[in-house]
Structure formats: C-alpha cells, structure tokens
Write a protein that binds this ligand. Sequence first.
Ligand code: OSB
Ligand code: MG
Length: 376
Amino acid sequence: MRIDAISIREIHLRLKTAFEASFGKLHERRIVLVEVKSNGATGWGEVTALEGPFYNSETTDTAWIVLRDFLVPLVLGQEPQSATDVPDFSSSLRGHEMAKAALENAIWDLEAQEKSMPLAKLLGGARTEIPCGVSLGIRQNVDDLVSTVEQELAAGYQRIKVKIKPGNDLEPVSELRKHFPAVKLMVDANSAYSPKDAEHLRHFDDYDLMMIEQPLEWDDFFRHAELQAKLKTPICLDESIHNLHQTEAAIRLKACRVLNIKLGRVGGHTQAREIQDYCRKNEIPVWSGGMLESGIGRAHNIAMSTLAGFVLPGDVSASQRYWDADIIEPEVEVTSRGTIKVPDSPGIGYRVLQQRIDKLTVRQETYHATSTVSVA
Ligand code: OSB
Ligand code: MG
C-alpha cells in the first residue's frame, strides 16, 4: 500500500467526570487523531499522550510537533508491505512512542480494511470477547468510592482498580475489602511512592490484591525488583515499559510479576504484540491499560486485547463511562458478564463519526505525498 496522505488533528472532549490520579486531575482531553489515506481508504489512530508530561514525557503538543516535523515526512509516500514495516521508517527517532503508535496503528487499520479483515484477526487475536475492568480515580470520600464500586460491579465489570497516593491509600483499600470481600481488586500508584515506603507498602499484603501497579519511579527497574522481593503482592509495571527489551529486563530482574501493556506507551501494535508474546512465553500475565481514550484508541485497545497473552481484565471499558457521546458508532458497550464483544467488521470495526469529529476539531493539517513522476 502507498501512503498517499496523512492528516493530524486535535479534538477536545470533555470527560463526564474528572479523573484524579497521583499525578493530577484531568477534566478535558486534548486528543490528537491521525488519519492515513491509501488508495481511497482511510485508517485512524489516536495519540494517547496526556495534556502535560505527568504520566510519561510526551504531551498532546509534543506529539503534534513530532508527527508534523518528523514522522509524517518519514512515512508519507512510503509503500509498506504491511503495517509491521512502519516502525522501520521511524527507527531513527528516539522515544515519542505515543506519536509513533498513532501513525502505525492507523496503518494497521488501513491494512485490515484492505484485506477485509477485522484488525483483531490481522493481529492474530483469537478472543471474540475480552474481559473488562474499571479504573477509578482518587476520591476524597470513601463512601463515594464504595457506592461507585457497587455500580461498576452491578454493570458487570470483572475487576476494580483504584488509584492511590500517599495519604489516600490503605483506608480506601481496607474499606473496599470489607464491603467486597471476594472482588478482584488492585491499586495503581502512578509512581507516587519511594523505596523508603517499603514498610508502608507491605500493609497492602493484608488485602489480597491482584497487584500493585507502578509504585515507584517510572524509570527504576532496580528498586522495583528490591521492593518486589519484600512484597507478597505482585508488582505490575506500567510507566516503566516502553519496548520489548525493557520488558525482558524487568522480568529477568524480577521487577514485576504482571505487565500492563499500553499500545501508545510501547509505540504501536507491532511492539505490543511482541511484548505480549514474550510475556506469555515467560508466564507473565498481561492486560491492556487505558489512557482515557476516545473510541478510536479504545477500538485499537480492544483489538490488541484479543491476543493470547492478554489473560487478565484490562482498563478497557464502555464509552459511556467517559463521554456523553463518543466519536465512533456503535459506542463501546460492556455485557452483563463484564466483557466487550470484539467487532467482526473490517479494520477497527467501528464507524468513525467524521462529522462529529469535524465539529470537535480545533486544528488540522493535511500532508499529501507528491505524486511520483516516472522519468523515461
Ligand atoms: O496509570 O493506568 C494509568 C489514565 C490516565 C493515565 C494513566 C492511567 C490511567 C488510568 C485510566 O488508570 C485508564 C482508563 O480508564 O482509560
Ligand atoms: Mg497505571
């Protein structure tokens, strides 16, 4: 396929309810969408970076610049045999995985459409539905949290993750365990603790948690390994993992026993697929993280979650939990069993609502490949 044109655009989408993590509180998403055209078809990808560099070093605006000034020129006019060739075009660029992922994933969507195949199938996924959990932001009030958990369980979700930070951690967890003794429960610290907190973190061992996600700094495998040796609760790495070789390092150093794969954070489907495969062979359970994505990013997460390594419920949940109205149709819905049915139409499998996206767009730039002139 030839990459004929690439558009980048920024849309604004207001979250139904503000989301608080240890790194801050989010009210509105500024999302960059990437649209790739080839032979009359359009593929879509989403940059999952947040507005500020508080989760990882990328932001909405850095992704815009990296796409415009570096990635688009490297990919425009190329003729990849398959989307797996795309990482090679941008291998000279360090970091900026979320910007790279949006472009690569759009080309995966295109390839799946070209082959009239659901993206999940093109990736090699076998699951026809994926198990789902929810990620709940930090609350000031524990009763609030308990009633939210009640609602999410009633909606069918299979596991509950709560965000924690120092000063708002053991109390909500012990309260939730009291109310929901058998629920699959886990916590996510987003790097809010330091190695000095090891004794404090050991108290989490009393609550039969599935895992504690990213307790320590985003780039510190060594101290996660030291902490894991002191905890019964498995550590799950999120922020630390950007590629396969870091995955290998983390697992061989015993820095974690579970992995959260985020498609944006690891640079796209090609790398995500390799990471989950390595984890499966090394008996490390994997699940799909989320970045408060719109329907386009969510659809890509669903396709990725059909791969064999994704054995645990992910943070991939219904559109309705985030947005008054999503930008795809049908919206992502969750069954009463707490699963999402994997769509079986070609590409990402959801209709992209172009008119609604146009209304939400605050800036857009389109680049066309210069037509090749054959010289006799
Ligand atoms: O650490 O998993 C995280 C949201 C934004 C940034 C980081 C994280 C999260 C979530 C929410 O936990 C996941 C979701 O519901 O999309
Ligand atoms: Mg996390």
